[in-house]
Design a protein around this ligand. Structure first.
Ligand code: HEM
Length: 177
């Protein structure tokens, strides 16, 4: 099913806003993560951990889930498809890895925030920089892929293209899509 131009534009707008919003929220989270690890001020460190938890739960996770769901709708609703072009397949895989790591890491971030909220001195609690920086690099790669759309059809995409060409050439023999 292909989306008509107006709904397609609306879906693409929602997709770009949620996806790049996700990237922006991760950059804000990294600022808190660096503060939590480097600051020598007890209350600043405590606030950083508490803010990290809020940012993950109320911004990063909802934006990530929205990006994945709308991204899949975007792919299935356009001639790009989900498995026809390598750039979409790679985006899908990288985004699913990022979302899985994020959901697993959310539990750790919640327990860090709980510890920071209760101990007298939260300095020395571990940060989560390898995950937050790793996630931001992955999302930057996905954004670059989205804008440059490197050519490359999968085998499935190639077969689909051949079918479409055949159907255009011999409409009578066309097999319903
Ligand atoms: C499940 C994962 C994803 C899928 C299946 C997906 C699929 C797509 C598709 C098919 C388009 C083209 C839509 C069109 O031309 O109408 C698109 C555009 C785009 N995607 Fe994704 N996407 C996913 C995740 C992401 C993520 C995580 C980001 C960034 C962090 C992202 C950023 C973008 C951007 C910036 C565009 C607009 C490109 C342009 O208009 O030239 N996507 N996406």
């Amino acid at each position: 099913m292909t989306l008509a131009p107006r709904p397609r534009k609306a879906v693409l707008t929602a997709h770009v806003a949620s996806s790049v919003g996700w990237l922006g929220a991760v950059f804000a989270y990294i600022a808190l993560d660096v503060t939590a690890v480097l600051s020598r001020d007890i209350e600043r460190v405590r606030s950083a951990y508490l803010a990290m938890e809020l940012t993950v739960i109320y911004a990063i996770v909802p934006l990530a889930l929205a990006s994945v769901i709308i991204g899949i709708v975007n792919a299935l609703g356009t001639s790009w498809g989900l498995f026809r072009h390598y750039w979409v397949v790679v985006k899908l895989l990288l985004t699913l890895v990022a979302t899985t790591v994020l959901l697993l890491e959310t539990r750790t971030i919640r327990s860090l925030a709980e510890a920071a909220g209760t101990v007298a001195d939260p300095r020395g609690l571990p940060g989560s920089l390898p995950h937050s920086i790793g996630g931001s690099v992955l999302l930057v790669v996905v954004t670059i892929l989205s804008l440059y759309k490197p050519r490359g059809l999968t085998r499935y995409g190639w077969r689909k293209q051949q079918d479409q060409r055949r159907n255009r050439r011999d409409p009578i023999d066309a097999v319903p899509a």
